[in-house]
Design a protein. Structure first.
Length: 498
């Protein structure tokens, strides 16, 4: 058994952990939208206006803060005017990125906004830069957010929506270095300034424009974008073309062409996965450091709007649908990511897991009228108390300067402390002494997410194989608490400040 001390100064709070770090992503890909969120008004599955209500109920329990749509790669071949008006009159298209299937455009702008209203989530719309036009995106902003009278307002009203919506978050393209146009950073940087100029604030709807940023550790892409709004070492406030830039990072245990199975893996695969998951800390640090040179006041946000595990698709499924199972291993990848996100809360303003339903590291899996909550879903639910809380730094002391098989973070909100602990060791328990300073805690309640095997997952008929339960292997000490974490487990502790 390993022994680690976690020092937490309860009276020294850090940056606020934005609720938007717990954001989600829904692309027109596989069964994420059709069969996931959308079943149609004639479906026997309970729905409201065609939106599947059991999925909505499950996600509302997470306090889902935002939802990114319509892509992903799909966004840069999506023309929004094809998805408004009477559904039977909407033109069809071919989804060339994902399965080469026909898209009927039945789920469009109005349906997405209705979904966000049901979820209580803020919409995050990714605009088409790859195959669209400046005018097209500008008119989408006008259609959604302008009040009074204008061509787009009249069209919106004709389609049944009198009042404008509030839509703050707008992505200026997606992966423009790849599926979004295979652009050079310098070329895209000019486009970002142009598109941002014509994506206007209408009334009191102030846009948060997110430039399409780098893949992984491409710090040069980030620097090129930052050079468009500031200068090296400048103390001046950056130009207000865009308010954030994005980065994408996926966790893989192997090479891209052989990612491995979601459920059939060994301990070596597991540790490679955990090492890959931890790499996001270095990547966020790298991008933040570049941004600090051009924006020392940290007024420009960093947005990780695609993250999660990516495995080979399940046997017998369409390879373009990216359907994969979701095990305890995936849940621990999520818990590690959130600890790292909390650490970077001063610069990281939003993160969106890929994806919400039936695709990649999903929250829920649906099959007909069946719905299963994944292990990853439970990490989001157990951690939701961190949303909009003040971060508390956790200093780990053990045999190594920073024990590699323990991950932790903490926060305080409304007088309540939430501490998240992950034991990443596949076989051995971990004893953690919480050295609490600058305050004390009242009665502590704890929950645990674990399973007999790392490969365990939930499925119809076995929906509770990996699910949270009460946890009591903790005791009070002179300095705080002592917690013994079982192997491969995620534990949250919740207590009022005494």
């Amino acid at each position: 058994m390993s022994d680690t001390t976690a020092v937490i100064n309860l009276d020294l709070t850090g940056p606020t952990i934005s609720r938007h770090l717990y954001g989600h992503f829904a692309e027109h890909l596989g069964r994420c939208v059709y069969g996931g969120f959308w079943v149609g008004e004639d479906s026997p599955i309970p729905n409201e206006g065609g939106i599947r209500l059991d999925v909505v109920e499950a996600l509302r329990a997470l306090n889902i803060p935002n939802l990114r749509w319509p892509g992903g790669c799909f966004a840069d071949e999506y023309h929004w005017k094809d998805g408004i008006g009477p559904r039977e009159q909407r033109p069809r298209m071919v989804n060339t990125h994902w399965g080469n299937v026909e898209e009927n455009n039945h789920f469009g702008t109005h349906e997405f906004m209705a979904l966000c209203e049901l979820l209580g989530a803020e919409p995050y719309i990714s605009g088409n830069v790859g195959s669209g036009t400046v005018q097209e995106m500008s008119e989408w902003v006008e259609y959604l957010t302008r009040d009074g009278d204008s061509p787009m307002v009249r069209q919106r009203k004709a389609n049944g929506r009198e009042e404008p919506w509030r839509v703050k978050f707008w992505g200026i393209g997606n992966e423009t270095w790849g599926c979004g146009g295979n652009m050079r950073a310098e070329y895209y940087a000019d486009l970002a300034r142009q598109y941002a100029t014509y994506c206007r604030d209408h009334g009191d709807n102030k846009l948060y424009r997110i430039a399409s940023g780098a893949a992984d550790a491409d710090y040069q892409w980030t620097e090129t974008l930052m050079q468009q709004i500031s200068c090296f070492g400048c103390e001046a406030t950056p130009k207000n073309f865009f308010q954030a830039l994005s980065v994408h990072y996926y966790t893989l245990a192997g090479p891209w062409e052989a990612k491995g199975s979601a459920t059939d893996f060994d301990t070596d695969d597991y540790y490679r996965t955990m090492a890959a998951a931890r790499k996001i800390d270095r990547i966020l640090t790298g991008h933040s450091t570049v941004m600090d040179v051009y924006d020392p006041g940290r007024t420009v946000g960093l947005v990780l709007d695609e993250w999660g595990t990516w495995w080979d698709v399940e046997p017998g499924t369409n390879p373009g649908f990216l359907f994969q199972q979701n095990t305890l291993r995936d849940a621990l990848v999520a818990s590690v990511h959130f600890d790292i996100f909390h650490k970077h809360a001063a610069r990281l303003h939003m993160a969106n897991i890929a994806q919400t339903v039936n695709v990649l590291q999903a929250m829920v899996l649906t099959d007909g009228d069946n719905l299963v909550l994944t292990p990853t879903y439970h990490v989001f639910e157990m951690n939701k108390g961190h949303q909009d809380a003040s971060s508390l730094t956790v200093h780990l002391r053990g045999e190594d300067p920073e024990p590699e098989r323990l991950s932790a973070s903490a926060s305080v909100k409304d007088g309540t402390v939430l501490i998240s602990l992950s034991n990443l060791d596949a076989a051995e328990p971990a004893r953690v002494t919480l050295d609490l300073r600058g305050g004390s805690l009242g009665a502590t309640t704890a929950r645990i997410l674990t399973a007999d095997r790392l490969q365990d997952h939930n499925a119809p008929g076995a929906a509770e194989t990996v699910a949270p339960r009460a946890f009591d292997d903790l005791k009070t000490t002179d300095r705080g608490l002592e917690v013994t974490l079982p192997p491969h487990s995620f534990v949250t502790l919740r207590a009022p400040l005494a």
